[in-house]
Ligand binder design. Structure first.
Ligand code: AMP
Length: 539
Protein backbone atom coordinates (compact mmCIF):
# COMPACT_ATOMS: atom_id res chain seq x y z
CA UNK A 1 0.00 0.00 0.00
CA UNK A 2 1.02 3.58 -0.49
CA UNK A 3 2.72 5.46 2.27
CA UNK A 4 -0.14 7.98 2.58
CA UNK A 5 0.04 10.28 5.58
CA UNK A 6 -3.24 11.04 7.37
CA UNK A 7 -3.07 14.81 7.70
CA UNK A 8 -5.42 17.76 8.18
CA UNK A 9 -4.45 18.94 4.66
CA UNK A 10 -6.07 15.82 3.19
CA UNK A 11 -9.37 16.65 4.92
CA UNK A 12 -9.23 20.19 3.52
CA UNK A 13 -8.49 18.96 0.00
CA UNK A 14 -11.35 16.46 0.08
CA UNK A 15 -13.75 19.15 1.31
CA UNK A 16 -12.72 21.46 -1.52
CA UNK A 17 -12.91 18.74 -4.19
CA UNK A 18 -16.18 17.14 -3.15
CA UNK A 19 -18.26 19.61 -1.20
CA UNK A 20 -17.39 23.03 -2.63
CA UNK A 21 -21.01 24.21 -2.71
CA UNK A 22 -21.95 23.09 0.81
CA UNK A 23 -22.45 25.89 3.35
CA UNK A 24 -20.86 27.05 6.58
CA UNK A 25 -23.04 29.43 8.60
CA UNK A 26 -22.02 31.51 11.61
CA UNK A 27 -23.84 33.73 14.06
CA UNK A 28 -21.43 36.61 14.65
CA UNK A 29 -21.01 38.68 17.82
CA UNK A 30 -23.19 41.49 16.35
CA UNK A 31 -25.90 38.82 15.85
CA UNK A 32 -25.67 39.01 12.06
CA UNK A 33 -25.58 35.72 10.14
CA UNK A 34 -22.55 35.04 7.96
CA UNK A 35 -22.75 32.42 5.20
CA UNK A 36 -20.21 31.09 2.81
CA UNK A 37 -19.41 27.88 0.96
CA UNK A 38 -16.80 25.18 1.54
CA UNK A 39 -15.08 26.61 -1.54
CA UNK A 40 -14.78 30.04 0.12
CA UNK A 41 -13.62 28.33 3.30
CA UNK A 42 -10.87 26.40 1.50
CA UNK A 43 -9.66 29.48 -0.41
CA UNK A 44 -9.51 31.68 2.69
CA UNK A 45 -7.87 28.93 4.74
CA UNK A 46 -5.07 28.61 2.20
CA UNK A 47 -4.58 32.37 2.15
CA UNK A 48 -4.43 32.45 5.94
CA UNK A 49 -1.90 29.59 5.95
CA UNK A 50 0.38 31.47 3.55
CA UNK A 51 -0.07 34.72 5.48
CA UNK A 52 0.87 33.08 8.80
CA UNK A 53 3.93 31.53 7.19
CA UNK A 54 4.98 34.92 5.88
CA UNK A 55 4.63 36.37 9.36
CA UNK A 56 7.02 33.73 10.67
CA UNK A 57 5.07 30.62 11.72
CA UNK A 58 7.21 27.52 11.12
CA UNK A 59 6.69 23.80 11.68
CA UNK A 60 6.12 23.05 15.37
CA UNK A 61 5.17 26.66 16.27
CA UNK A 62 2.05 27.14 18.35
CA UNK A 63 -0.63 29.70 17.57
CA UNK A 64 -3.06 30.35 20.41
CA UNK A 65 -6.66 31.34 19.66
CA UNK A 66 -9.09 33.16 21.94
CA UNK A 67 -12.29 32.86 19.96
CA UNK A 68 -15.92 31.76 19.99
CA UNK A 69 -17.30 29.19 17.53
CA UNK A 70 -17.37 30.78 14.04
CA UNK A 71 -16.06 30.37 10.51
CA UNK A 72 -12.78 32.17 11.12
CA UNK A 73 -12.02 29.79 13.98
CA UNK A 74 -12.70 26.92 11.57
CA UNK A 75 -10.20 28.49 9.13
CA UNK A 76 -7.57 28.51 11.90
CA UNK A 77 -8.36 24.85 12.75
CA UNK A 78 -7.11 24.03 9.24
CA UNK A 79 -4.66 26.77 8.22
CA UNK A 80 -2.34 26.38 11.22
CA UNK A 81 -1.84 22.56 11.01
CA UNK A 82 -1.68 22.83 7.21
CA UNK A 83 1.66 24.67 7.55
CA UNK A 84 2.95 22.28 10.21
CA UNK A 85 1.96 24.60 13.06
CA UNK A 86 -0.09 23.71 16.14
CA UNK A 87 -3.40 25.43 16.85
CA UNK A 88 -3.92 26.01 20.55
CA UNK A 89 -7.44 27.23 21.43
CA UNK A 90 -7.63 28.87 24.87
CA UNK A 91 -10.61 28.30 27.13
CA UNK A 92 -12.03 31.79 27.48
CA UNK A 93 -13.88 30.84 30.66
CA UNK A 94 -10.64 30.37 32.59
CA UNK A 95 -9.24 33.05 34.87
CA UNK A 96 -6.65 35.48 33.39
CA UNK A 97 -4.03 33.91 35.71
CA UNK A 98 -4.72 30.41 34.35
CA UNK A 99 -4.70 31.69 30.76
CA UNK A 100 -1.32 33.34 31.30
CA UNK A 101 0.05 30.14 32.86
CA UNK A 102 -1.19 28.07 29.90
CA UNK A 103 0.16 30.42 27.19
CA UNK A 104 3.56 30.51 28.92
CA UNK A 105 3.67 26.77 29.55
CA UNK A 106 2.77 26.03 25.91
CA UNK A 107 5.22 28.70 24.67
CA UNK A 108 2.68 30.00 22.14
CA UNK A 109 4.23 32.24 19.46
CA UNK A 110 1.18 34.13 18.09
CA UNK A 111 -2.33 34.64 19.31
CA UNK A 112 -5.50 35.27 17.28
CA UNK A 113 -8.23 37.00 19.32
CA UNK A 114 -11.88 37.87 18.71
CA UNK A 115 -12.18 41.64 18.95
CA UNK A 116 -15.05 41.18 21.41
CA UNK A 117 -12.67 39.21 23.65
CA UNK A 118 -9.92 41.86 23.74
CA UNK A 119 -11.00 43.01 27.24
CA UNK A 120 -10.22 39.47 28.49
CA UNK A 121 -6.94 39.36 26.58
CA UNK A 122 -5.87 42.72 28.03
CA UNK A 123 -6.19 41.21 31.52
CA UNK A 124 -3.33 38.75 30.99
CA UNK A 125 -1.30 40.15 28.09
CA UNK A 126 1.31 41.74 30.37
CA UNK A 127 2.03 38.30 31.86
CA UNK A 128 2.82 36.63 28.53
CA UNK A 129 5.33 36.97 25.75
CA UNK A 130 3.96 36.68 22.20
CA UNK A 131 5.54 37.89 19.01
CA UNK A 132 2.26 38.75 17.23
CA UNK A 133 -1.31 39.53 18.24
CA UNK A 134 -3.86 39.17 15.45
CA UNK A 135 -7.39 40.46 15.98
CA UNK A 136 -10.57 39.44 14.15
CA UNK A 137 -12.50 42.66 13.43
CA UNK A 138 -16.03 42.37 14.81
CA UNK A 139 -16.92 45.87 16.01
CA UNK A 140 -17.19 49.44 14.76
CA UNK A 141 -14.06 50.49 16.66
CA UNK A 142 -10.76 50.14 14.86
CA UNK A 143 -8.27 47.55 15.99
CA UNK A 144 -5.58 48.86 18.39
CA UNK A 145 -2.43 49.93 16.57
CA UNK A 146 0.00 47.34 17.93
CA UNK A 147 -2.18 44.49 16.69
CA UNK A 148 -2.64 42.97 13.22
CA UNK A 149 -6.02 42.75 11.52
CA UNK A 150 -6.99 39.12 10.69
CA UNK A 151 -8.88 40.07 7.55
CA UNK A 152 -6.09 42.31 6.26
CA UNK A 153 -3.34 39.72 6.71
CA UNK A 154 -5.54 37.02 5.17
CA UNK A 155 -6.24 39.16 2.10
CA UNK A 156 -2.51 39.60 1.58
CA UNK A 157 -1.90 35.82 1.54
CA UNK A 158 -1.48 34.29 -1.93
CA UNK A 159 -3.42 31.04 -2.34
CA UNK A 160 -1.01 29.87 -5.06
CA UNK A 161 1.86 29.72 -2.56
CA UNK A 162 0.00 27.21 -0.39
CA UNK A 163 2.26 24.24 0.25
CA UNK A 164 0.37 21.84 2.55
CA UNK A 165 2.16 20.03 5.34
CA UNK A 166 1.76 16.33 4.57
CA UNK A 167 5.04 14.75 5.45
CA UNK A 168 4.41 13.42 8.93
CA UNK A 169 1.05 12.29 10.26
CA UNK A 170 2.57 11.92 13.73
CA UNK A 171 3.45 15.61 13.95
CA UNK A 172 1.44 17.64 16.46
CA UNK A 173 -1.47 19.63 14.98
CA UNK A 174 -3.62 20.68 17.93
CA UNK A 175 -3.06 21.57 21.56
CA UNK A 176 -5.41 21.81 24.50
CA UNK A 177 -5.18 21.76 28.29
CA UNK A 178 -7.19 19.63 30.70
CA UNK A 179 -9.83 21.58 32.59
CA UNK A 180 -7.70 21.16 35.73
CA UNK A 181 -10.30 20.89 38.51
CA UNK A 182 -7.41 19.95 40.80
CA UNK A 183 -3.88 21.24 40.34
CA UNK A 184 -2.51 23.01 37.29
CA UNK A 185 -4.01 22.27 33.86
CA UNK A 186 -1.97 19.75 31.86
CA UNK A 187 -1.04 20.18 28.19
CA UNK A 188 -2.11 17.68 25.55
CA UNK A 189 -1.05 17.45 21.90
CA UNK A 190 -3.21 15.78 19.24
CA UNK A 191 -1.43 14.65 16.08
CA UNK A 192 -2.66 14.83 12.46
CA UNK A 193 -3.09 11.04 12.59
CA UNK A 194 -4.97 10.96 15.92
CA UNK A 195 -7.36 13.70 14.77
CA UNK A 196 -8.04 11.96 11.47
CA UNK A 197 -8.65 8.52 13.01
CA UNK A 198 -10.80 10.01 15.77
CA UNK A 199 -12.91 11.83 13.17
CA UNK A 200 -13.38 8.58 11.22
CA UNK A 201 -14.35 6.66 14.35
CA UNK A 202 -16.89 9.22 15.58
CA UNK A 203 -18.52 9.47 12.16
CA UNK A 204 -19.57 5.82 12.05
CA UNK A 205 -23.32 5.40 12.28
CA UNK A 206 -23.09 1.97 13.88
CA UNK A 207 -20.74 2.78 16.75
CA UNK A 208 -20.11 6.51 16.70
CA UNK A 209 -22.63 9.31 16.24
CA UNK A 210 -23.31 8.83 12.53
CA UNK A 211 -22.95 12.17 10.74
CA UNK A 212 -23.18 12.38 6.96
CA UNK A 213 -23.25 14.93 4.14
CA UNK A 214 -27.04 15.17 4.54
CA UNK A 215 -26.67 16.61 8.05
CA UNK A 216 -26.69 20.18 9.27
CA UNK A 217 -24.52 20.14 12.40
CA UNK A 218 -24.36 22.77 15.13
CA UNK A 219 -21.76 21.99 17.80
CA UNK A 220 -22.74 23.79 21.01
CA UNK A 221 -19.58 22.45 22.63
CA UNK A 222 -17.07 25.27 22.30
CA UNK A 223 -14.19 25.10 19.84
CA UNK A 224 -11.95 26.06 22.78
CA UNK A 225 -12.82 22.78 24.55
CA UNK A 226 -11.09 19.60 23.35
CA UNK A 227 -11.47 20.47 19.63
CA UNK A 228 -15.26 20.76 20.02
CA UNK A 229 -15.32 16.95 20.32
CA UNK A 230 -13.71 16.78 16.86
CA UNK A 231 -16.85 18.12 15.07
CA UNK A 232 -14.91 20.68 12.97
CA UNK A 233 -12.80 17.85 11.54
CA UNK A 234 -15.43 15.08 11.27
CA UNK A 235 -18.09 17.35 9.72
CA UNK A 236 -15.67 18.75 7.15
CA UNK A 237 -14.50 15.24 6.23
CA UNK A 238 -18.02 14.26 5.16
CA UNK A 239 -19.19 17.66 3.90
CA UNK A 240 -21.96 18.25 6.43
CA UNK A 241 -23.42 21.76 6.54
CA UNK A 242 -21.87 23.43 9.60
CA UNK A 243 -23.54 26.03 11.81
CA UNK A 244 -21.63 27.96 14.46
CA UNK A 245 -23.52 29.83 17.20
CA UNK A 246 -20.83 32.42 18.07
CA UNK A 247 -21.17 33.67 21.64
CA UNK A 248 -24.91 32.95 21.83
CA UNK A 249 -25.27 29.73 23.79
CA UNK A 250 -28.55 30.42 25.61
CA UNK A 251 -31.46 28.09 24.87
CA UNK A 252 -33.53 30.71 23.03
CA UNK A 253 -30.76 31.73 20.61
CA UNK A 254 -29.82 28.09 19.97
CA UNK A 255 -33.40 27.02 19.30
CA UNK A 256 -33.91 29.90 16.88
CA UNK A 257 -30.78 28.88 15.00
CA UNK A 258 -31.83 25.20 15.01
CA UNK A 259 -35.10 26.28 13.43
CA UNK A 260 -33.84 28.80 10.87
CA UNK A 261 -30.94 26.63 9.65
CA UNK A 262 -32.82 23.31 9.87
CA UNK A 263 -30.15 21.83 12.12
CA UNK A 264 -30.30 18.00 12.27
CA UNK A 265 -27.50 17.20 14.75
CA UNK A 266 -26.21 19.09 17.77
CA UNK A 267 -23.94 18.26 20.69
CA UNK A 268 -23.31 19.65 24.16
CA UNK A 269 -22.97 18.93 27.88
CA UNK A 270 -26.14 17.87 29.74
CA UNK A 271 -26.42 21.15 31.68
CA UNK A 272 -26.83 23.11 28.42
CA UNK A 273 -29.11 20.52 26.82
CA UNK A 274 -31.37 20.52 29.91
CA UNK A 275 -31.90 24.27 29.42
CA UNK A 276 -32.94 23.58 25.82
CA UNK A 277 -35.44 20.96 26.98
CA UNK A 278 -36.95 23.36 29.55
CA UNK A 279 -37.28 26.06 26.90
CA UNK A 280 -38.96 23.66 24.48
CA UNK A 281 -41.29 22.39 27.20
CA UNK A 282 -42.35 25.93 28.11
CA UNK A 283 -43.97 26.26 24.65
CA UNK A 284 -43.75 22.92 22.81
CA UNK A 285 -45.41 24.14 19.58
CA UNK A 286 -43.29 27.27 19.17
CA UNK A 287 -40.33 25.79 17.30
CA UNK A 288 -40.45 23.71 14.11
CA UNK A 289 -37.32 21.63 14.43
CA UNK A 290 -35.53 19.30 12.00
CA UNK A 291 -33.34 17.98 14.83
CA UNK A 292 -32.87 14.21 14.73
CA UNK A 293 -29.91 13.65 17.08
CA UNK A 294 -28.47 15.33 20.17
CA UNK A 295 -25.03 14.14 21.20
CA UNK A 296 -24.59 14.40 24.96
CA UNK A 297 -21.25 14.08 26.68
CA UNK A 298 -18.83 15.50 29.19
CA UNK A 299 -20.76 14.29 32.21
CA UNK A 300 -23.36 11.65 32.98
CA UNK A 301 -26.69 12.09 31.23
CA UNK A 302 -29.86 11.78 33.30
CA UNK A 303 -32.41 9.31 32.03
CA UNK A 304 -35.28 11.82 31.97
CA UNK A 305 -33.41 13.90 29.38
CA UNK A 306 -33.07 11.03 26.91
CA UNK A 307 -36.66 9.94 27.56
CA UNK A 308 -38.15 13.43 27.25
CA UNK A 309 -36.47 14.17 23.92
CA UNK A 310 -37.52 10.83 22.48
CA UNK A 311 -41.11 10.75 23.75
CA UNK A 312 -42.02 14.43 23.48
CA UNK A 313 -40.05 15.50 20.40
CA UNK A 314 -38.97 12.30 18.59
CA UNK A 315 -35.29 13.27 18.93
CA UNK A 316 -32.61 10.65 19.60
CA UNK A 317 -30.21 11.65 22.39
CA UNK A 318 -26.94 9.71 22.13
CA UNK A 319 -24.93 9.49 25.31
CA UNK A 320 -21.17 9.62 24.79
CA UNK A 321 -18.27 9.50 27.21
CA UNK A 322 -14.82 10.91 26.75
CA UNK A 323 -11.93 12.88 28.12
CA UNK A 324 -9.59 15.55 26.77
CA UNK A 325 -6.79 12.95 26.85
CA UNK A 326 -8.54 10.77 24.24
CA UNK A 327 -9.28 13.37 21.55
CA UNK A 328 -11.91 13.47 23.32
CA UNK A 329 -14.73 11.04 22.44
CA UNK A 330 -14.25 7.46 23.63
CA UNK A 331 -17.57 5.66 23.65
CA UNK A 332 -21.17 6.02 22.62
CA UNK A 333 -24.35 4.36 23.70
CA UNK A 334 -26.17 3.11 20.65
CA UNK A 335 -28.78 0.49 19.86
CA UNK A 336 -27.47 -3.05 19.36
CA UNK A 337 -29.38 -5.81 17.54
CA UNK A 338 -29.99 -7.48 20.92
CA UNK A 339 -31.45 -4.32 22.40
CA UNK A 340 -33.72 -3.65 19.45
CA UNK A 341 -35.83 -6.57 20.69
CA UNK A 342 -35.84 -5.30 24.29
CA UNK A 343 -38.57 -3.29 26.04
CA UNK A 344 -38.54 0.51 25.95
CA UNK A 345 -37.48 0.56 29.63
CA UNK A 346 -34.48 -1.67 28.92
CA UNK A 347 -33.55 0.54 25.99
CA UNK A 348 -33.52 3.60 28.27
CA UNK A 349 -31.45 1.63 30.80
CA UNK A 350 -28.92 1.10 28.03
CA UNK A 351 -29.09 4.67 26.75
CA UNK A 352 -27.90 6.14 30.06
CA UNK A 353 -24.84 3.91 30.10
CA UNK A 354 -21.68 5.34 28.55
CA UNK A 355 -21.81 2.66 25.85
CA UNK A 356 -19.32 0.89 23.65
CA UNK A 357 -15.75 1.96 22.89
CA UNK A 358 -15.13 3.57 19.50
CA UNK A 359 -13.13 1.48 16.99
CA UNK A 360 -9.41 1.13 17.85
CA UNK A 361 -9.99 2.10 21.48
CA UNK A 362 -9.14 -0.82 23.76
CA UNK A 363 -10.61 -0.94 27.26
CA UNK A 364 -9.96 -2.81 30.50
CA UNK A 365 -10.55 -2.01 34.17
CA UNK A 366 -9.02 -3.11 37.43
CA UNK A 367 -9.50 -2.92 41.18
CA UNK A 368 -7.37 -4.06 44.16
CA UNK A 369 -7.96 -7.70 43.11
CA UNK A 370 -6.65 -7.27 39.53
CA UNK A 371 -8.46 -6.92 36.18
CA UNK A 372 -12.22 -6.98 36.67
CA UNK A 373 -14.42 -9.57 34.97
CA UNK A 374 -16.70 -8.16 32.26
CA UNK A 375 -19.85 -9.05 34.20
CA UNK A 376 -21.56 -5.67 34.31
CA UNK A 377 -21.26 -5.61 38.11
CA UNK A 378 -17.68 -5.58 39.32
CA UNK A 379 -16.24 -2.09 39.48
CA UNK A 380 -12.72 -1.04 38.58
CA UNK A 381 -10.75 1.92 37.25
CA UNK A 382 -11.05 2.11 33.47
CA UNK A 383 -7.80 1.95 31.48
CA UNK A 384 -7.42 2.67 27.76
CA UNK A 385 -5.09 2.49 24.85
CA UNK A 386 -5.46 3.36 21.19
CA UNK A 387 -4.30 5.66 18.39
CA UNK A 388 -6.13 8.71 19.76
CA UNK A 389 -5.13 8.26 23.41
CA UNK A 390 -2.23 10.37 24.73
CA UNK A 391 1.04 8.61 25.50
CA UNK A 392 2.21 11.43 27.78
CA UNK A 393 1.35 14.96 28.84
CA UNK A 394 3.19 17.90 27.32
CA UNK A 395 6.42 18.60 29.23
CA UNK A 396 5.51 16.10 31.99
CA UNK A 397 6.94 12.62 32.19
CA UNK A 398 4.27 10.58 33.99
CA UNK A 399 1.92 13.08 35.58
CA UNK A 400 0.65 11.66 38.91
CA UNK A 401 1.12 8.05 37.74
CA UNK A 402 -1.50 8.50 34.99
CA UNK A 403 -0.11 5.57 32.96
CA UNK A 404 0.34 1.88 33.78
CA UNK A 405 3.80 0.30 33.41
CA UNK A 406 2.62 -1.34 30.14
CA UNK A 407 1.55 2.03 28.73
CA UNK A 408 -2.26 2.21 29.19
CA UNK A 409 -3.89 5.48 30.27
CA UNK A 410 -5.52 5.34 33.71
CA UNK A 411 -8.75 7.32 33.34
CA UNK A 412 -9.60 7.89 37.03
CA UNK A 413 -13.14 6.78 36.15
CA UNK A 414 -14.65 3.84 38.02
CA UNK A 415 -16.67 1.63 35.68
CA UNK A 416 -18.31 -1.72 35.14
CA UNK A 417 -18.09 -3.47 31.77
CA UNK A 418 -20.67 -5.95 30.46
CA UNK A 419 -19.72 -9.15 28.68
CA UNK A 420 -20.31 -7.46 25.30
CA UNK A 421 -18.12 -4.47 26.24
CA UNK A 422 -20.64 -1.84 27.34
CA UNK A 423 -19.10 0.64 29.76
CA UNK A 424 -21.05 2.11 32.65
CA UNK A 425 -19.23 4.86 34.55
CA UNK A 426 -20.06 4.82 38.25
CA UNK A 427 -17.96 7.75 39.40
CA UNK A 428 -14.68 9.57 39.25
CA UNK A 429 -12.46 7.55 41.59
CA UNK A 430 -12.17 10.56 43.88
CA UNK A 431 -15.97 11.08 44.01
CA UNK A 432 -16.96 7.52 44.86
CA UNK A 433 -18.45 7.24 48.36
CA UNK A 434 -17.37 4.40 50.65
CA UNK A 435 -19.93 3.95 53.41
CA UNK A 436 -19.48 1.16 55.98
CA UNK A 437 -17.08 -0.57 53.57
CA UNK A 438 -19.57 -0.52 50.65
CA UNK A 439 -19.33 1.63 47.52
CA UNK A 440 -22.04 4.14 46.67
CA UNK A 441 -22.13 5.81 43.24
CA UNK A 442 -22.72 9.55 43.45
CA UNK A 443 -23.61 9.61 39.72
CA UNK A 444 -26.42 7.09 40.18
CA UNK A 445 -27.89 9.11 43.07
CA UNK A 446 -27.63 12.38 41.12
CA UNK A 447 -29.34 10.91 38.08
CA UNK A 448 -32.15 9.50 40.21
CA UNK A 449 -32.64 12.81 42.07
CA UNK A 450 -32.80 14.71 38.77
CA UNK A 451 -35.71 12.45 37.78
CA UNK A 452 -37.80 14.20 40.44
CA UNK A 453 -40.11 16.65 38.67
CA UNK A 454 -39.23 19.51 41.05
CA UNK A 455 -35.46 19.05 40.94
CA UNK A 456 -33.42 20.94 38.34
CA UNK A 457 -29.92 19.83 39.35
CA UNK A 458 -28.47 17.51 41.98
CA UNK A 459 -24.89 16.84 43.02
CA UNK A 460 -23.85 14.33 45.67
CA UNK A 461 -20.56 14.34 47.60
CA UNK A 462 -19.03 12.12 50.26
CA UNK A 463 -18.91 13.68 53.74
CA UNK A 464 -17.18 12.28 56.84
CA UNK A 465 -19.29 10.21 59.22
CA UNK A 466 -18.17 8.85 62.60
CA UNK A 467 -20.10 5.59 62.27
CA UNK A 468 -19.92 4.80 58.53
CA UNK A 469 -16.69 6.67 57.66
CA UNK A 470 -18.47 8.41 54.75
CA UNK A 471 -22.07 9.22 53.89
CA UNK A 472 -23.59 10.75 50.73
CA UNK A 473 -24.70 14.39 51.06
CA UNK A 474 -26.92 15.89 48.36
CA UNK A 475 -26.98 19.46 47.07
CA UNK A 476 -30.23 20.25 45.29
CA UNK A 477 -31.26 23.07 42.93
CA UNK A 478 -35.03 23.30 42.62
CA UNK A 479 -36.98 24.15 39.47
CA UNK A 480 -38.42 27.64 39.45
CA UNK A 481 -41.40 28.03 41.77
CA UNK A 482 -41.18 24.42 43.07
CA UNK A 483 -40.48 23.08 46.53
CA UNK A 484 -39.76 19.66 47.93
CA UNK A 485 -38.65 18.50 51.37
CA UNK A 486 -35.72 16.27 52.34
CA UNK A 487 -38.21 13.66 53.52
CA UNK A 488 -39.96 13.64 50.13
CA UNK A 489 -36.63 13.21 48.38
CA UNK A 490 -35.69 10.31 50.67
CA UNK A 491 -39.05 8.69 49.90
CA UNK A 492 -38.55 9.30 46.19
CA UNK A 493 -35.25 7.39 46.30
CA UNK A 494 -36.51 4.64 48.62
CA UNK A 495 -37.64 2.14 45.98
CA UNK A 496 -34.67 2.81 43.70
CA UNK A 497 -31.72 2.02 45.96
CA UNK A 498 -30.62 -0.08 48.92
CA UNK A 499 -31.39 1.73 52.16
CA UNK A 500 -27.76 2.52 52.99
CA UNK A 501 -27.36 4.40 49.67
CA UNK A 502 -29.99 7.01 50.46
CA UNK A 503 -28.61 10.35 51.68
CA UNK A 504 -29.97 11.51 55.03
CA UNK A 505 -29.01 15.13 54.40
CA UNK A 506 -30.00 17.50 51.58
CA UNK A 507 -29.11 21.14 51.17
CA UNK A 508 -31.03 23.41 48.82
CA UNK A 509 -28.86 25.91 46.93
CA UNK A 510 -29.34 28.37 44.05
CA UNK A 511 -26.84 26.79 41.66
CA UNK A 512 -24.31 23.97 41.60
CA UNK A 513 -20.82 25.43 41.00
CA UNK A 514 -19.60 24.36 37.55
CA UNK A 515 -16.28 24.00 35.74
CA UNK A 516 -15.39 26.17 32.75
CA UNK A 517 -17.06 23.60 30.50
CA UNK A 518 -20.27 23.20 32.50
CA UNK A 519 -19.53 20.13 34.65
CA UNK A 520 -20.41 19.97 38.34
CA UNK A 521 -17.45 21.21 40.35
CA UNK A 522 -17.55 18.85 43.31
CA UNK A 523 -14.31 20.23 44.78
CA UNK A 524 -16.15 23.55 45.28
CA UNK A 525 -19.09 21.77 46.95
CA UNK A 526 -16.68 20.03 49.34
CA UNK A 527 -15.21 23.42 50.21
CA UNK A 528 -18.69 24.87 50.81
CA UNK A 529 -19.53 21.88 53.03
CA UNK A 530 -16.27 22.12 55.00
CA UNK A 531 -16.52 25.89 55.43
CA UNK A 532 -20.05 25.56 56.78
CA UNK A 533 -19.05 22.76 59.15
CA UNK A 534 -16.01 24.57 60.50
CA UNK A 535 -18.01 27.78 61.04
CA UNK A 536 -20.64 25.72 62.93
CA UNK A 537 -17.96 24.08 65.08
CA UNK A 538 -16.19 27.35 65.80
CA UNK A 539 -19.55 29.06 66.42
P1 AMP B 1 -12.63 16.43 30.46
O1 AMP B 1 -11.30 15.94 30.07
O2 AMP B 1 -12.62 17.75 31.14
O3 AMP B 1 -13.58 16.38 29.32
O4 AMP B 1 -13.20 15.42 31.58
C1 AMP B 1 -13.23 14.04 31.36
C2 AMP B 1 -14.03 13.38 32.46
O5 AMP B 1 -15.40 13.79 32.40
C3 AMP B 1 -14.08 11.87 32.35
O6 AMP B 1 -12.92 11.25 32.85
C4 AMP B 1 -15.32 11.56 33.17
O7 AMP B 1 -15.06 11.56 34.55
C5 AMP B 1 -16.24 12.72 32.86
N1 AMP B 1 -17.18 12.35 31.81
C6 AMP B 1 -17.14 12.65 30.50
N2 AMP B 1 -18.22 12.16 29.86
C7 AMP B 1 -18.95 11.49 30.78
C8 AMP B 1 -20.17 10.74 30.75
N3 AMP B 1 -20.87 10.60 29.64
N4 AMP B 1 -20.59 10.18 31.90
C9 AMP B 1 -19.91 10.33 33.05
N5 AMP B 1 -18.77 11.03 33.15
C10 AMP B 1 -18.29 11.61 32.03
Amino acid sequence: MMDYQLTIATILRRAEDLYSKKEIISCLPDKSIHRYTYDDFAKRTKKLAVALQRLGIREGDKVATLCWNHYQHLEMYYAIPCIGGIIHPLNLRLSPADLAYIVNHAADKFIIVDQVLLPLFEKFKSEINLSRVIVIPQMEETIPQDYLNYEAILEAGDEKEFDPFEKDENAAAFMCYTSGTTGKPKGILYSHRSITLHAMATLLGSVGIGISEKDVVLPIVPMFHASAWGFPYSCTLVGATQVFPGPYLDAESLLSLFESEKVTVTGGVPTVIINILHKLDSDPKRYKLALRTIVLGGSATPRFLIQAFKERYGILAIHTWGMTEISPMGSSSFMTSKLQQASQEEQYDQAIKQGFPLPFLEIRARNEMGFIPWDGETMGELELRGPFVIASYYKEEDADGKFTPDGWLKTGDIATITEDGCISIKDRSKDLIKSGGEWISSLALENALMEHPHVREAAVIAVPDTKWMERPFAYIVLREGKTVSSRELREFLADKFAKFWIPEEYEFIDAIPKTSVGKFLKAALREIYNAKRSSKTSG
